[in-house]
Design a protein around this ligand. Structure first.
Ligand code: FBP
Length: 285
């Protein structure tokens, strides 16, 4: 039953992706509302959430739907809990840079630990629509093609993705880093090439493909960083770890961070294991 429901959730997200992509054109304006994390919302944020919510809540085997755009969890029956960031990096929409969708499927009521994830995936709206999916010890990448008939075609693009030798780094929040994180960044910047695009999906995706480390760390003005644990931190940490890498909140795997609040934030670092170990050492000093 669980696997059947996970499959349907994946299909629902894949089917919705081309609609979200093509619908962005007329929904690029900010509206007068904020999400539960006090961030301004675009029309596209609300609309993408409604599309995904409608498709996911009617799946047999889904018990809860939660969104970065909604304050409360929606109860929709018995079964898995689905946490969605409908449009990650939406401040990239007005400038036409990368955005995406992040989905975490938990086998426990929310809020719960990242150790309860049974599947995680993210959609990248880039030159192509791709989906990276982690489950049962494997990370695969798919390309989704929307058809004129409103149907979709899904192609398996890469099987068993593993983080290669490190090449890149990308760190958010640079004007407020702590002293220890600045020291770490100084060393890393001498060894690796910087790439930062302002959307977790795009920034993490290039680390997954080229190797390296991505972080939005604890900052002087935001001790817990920027990312929401249940919607962003956990699913990306789960994917990084399943691809042979590691994640940390600075001390331990993000998957071991206790979840107390639906919208709680977490300092996020993920990438090749040796770099995550070096970072943890540096932050201890
Ligand atoms: P949302 O757009 O879903 O709120 O995500 C937050 C986010 O846009 C991340 O995708 C991105 O990595 C980060 O904020 C960018 O932050 P900053 O503007 O500080 O670089």
């Amino acid at each position: 039953m669980t696997q059947e429901a996970v499959e349907k959730i994946f299909e629902a997200v894949a089917e919705t992706a081309p609609h979200i992509y093509s619908g962005l054109l007329h929904r690029r304006e900010y509206i007068q509302t904020e999400n539960p994390s006090s961030e301004d919302q675009l029309e596209a944020d609300i609309w993408a959430n409604e599309l995904l919510k409608e498709k996911i809540t009617c799946i047999d085997g889904v018990g809860e739907y939660a969104s970065e755009e909604e304050r409360e969890v929606t109860d929709c029956g018995e079964g898995l809990s689905v946490a969605v960031d409908p449009l990650d990096g939406s401040s990239n929409i007005p400038t036409n840079n990368i955005v995406g969708t992040i989905v975490a499927v938990y086998d426990e009521k929310l809020p719960c630990s990242g150790r309860n994830i049974v599947s995680a995936f993210y959609v990248v709206f880039g030159p192509l629509i791709s989906i990276v999916r982690a489950e049962n010890g494997e990370v695969n990448e798919y390309v989704v093609e929307g058809k004129k008939s409103n149907g979709i075609e899904i192609y398996l693009a890469s099987e068993g993705l593993k983080l290669p030798e490190p090449k890149l780094y990308g760190f958010g929040g640079n004007n407020n880093w702590t002293e220890n994180f600045c020291k770490f960044e100084n060393k890393i910047s001498e060894q690796y090439k910087l790439r930062y695009g302002g959307a977790l999906v795009g920034d993490f995706n290039q680390i997954l493909h080229y190797g390296g480390i991505f972080a939005y760390p604890s900052c002087k003005d935001a001790e817990n960083g920027k990312y929401r644990l249940l919607f962003e931190g956990n699913p990306m940490a789960y994917i990084a770890e399943m691809a042979g890498g590691a994640s940390t909140d600075g001390e331990k795997s993000i998957l071991d961070v206790e979840a107390e609040d639906l919208h709680q934030r977490v300092p996020f670092h993920a990438g090749n294991t040796e770099l995550i170990n070096r970072l943890e050492e540096e932050l201890k000093n």
